[in-house]
Structure formats: C-alpha cells, structure tokens
Design a protein. Sequence first.
Length: 186
Amino acid sequence: MELVPRITRAQRMDALSSQATVAGYKAALLGASATSRFFPMLMTAAGTVPPGKVLVIGAGVAGLQAIATARRLGAIVSGYDVRPEAAEQIESLGALALRLDVTVEPGKAYARELAEDQQVRQHELLAPHVADADVVIATAAVPGRRAPTNWNQGAKPRSSSTVCARTGAPSGPVIANRTRSPASTQ
C-alpha cells in the first residue's frame, strides 16, 4: 500500500490517507481519555482547571488530523515535523508550530530518515517540549522504513500520567530503548 502514489489519479486506490485520518483522530481521542488532565479549560466554583497540553510529532495526514481533533477538544496543541513547509499547515489548524533547527530539504513530499547527528540534535530539542506535554502523539513515519524514534529516555514526560500515543506502533517504538512509555497507548 505504501507504494501507491498519493496523487489525484491514484486517489481511488489510496487507502492509506483515509486510514491515517482515522488513526490521527483516534490517537487524539485515546490521548484525551487516557490522560488525567481535561483538554478544555474548565472554570468552576472551585476554581479554574487549565487546559491540557498536546504535542503532535509528525504533520502528515494522521498528525494534522490529531492536531485538529485535539484543538476541537480544547487542548493547547503544538506540532513538529522535519519538513519546514509543514509548519504552515500546523499553524493553519491553530496549533503552535515548533521550528527546530533539524529539517530535511524543502520541497520533499515525504519526510526522510535523519542522519544520526540530526537525530541526536532532534532528541535534545524536543526534550523540553515532551517534558511540558500531557499527551504526546507521535505520527511521524518514513515510507518503507521503520518508524523514527522521536525522543530518547532523557526526555522525561511531565509526570507519570503523561500519555504517549503512537499511530505507527507496529513499525517501531516511539521512545529509544523502551517499547512503552509510563502510560502509553499504542
């Protein structure tokens, strides 16, 4: 299925895009139900509950759907993709685009695997954002390859209740040297 081009003429054969949309939607819903934080800000007589924070890594079809769903649920959402042109798509959905200095050459339709030194730098730059999130949704994928490891164990989530959802779990772990996070939904 990964070999079917995502162009207009092949749209009738493209089951991956529709399934990625469902995966992104479901990842946001699973993250919302699994976390101990509410996504929308709530104001009650007892006080104000701040909104949950969601980090989406990978702004392909699944990632953009996860961003849109988390925003509709009321979360504060930030997104990251190695493709610089994806930042505009992230911002068009009302999320904060993380602009890290780890990118691939502009104009590529799909992300490619990063070099080892770029991966290390990406892990360092993502660590504070992972630490600040209540839910981390990793949708990043490289066609035909094992799913990228988006951060290492040095990036400690905010608490043990942080939820890490992975849309491509069968193709690899989201955290280096670890197959599941403290509270993961794969």
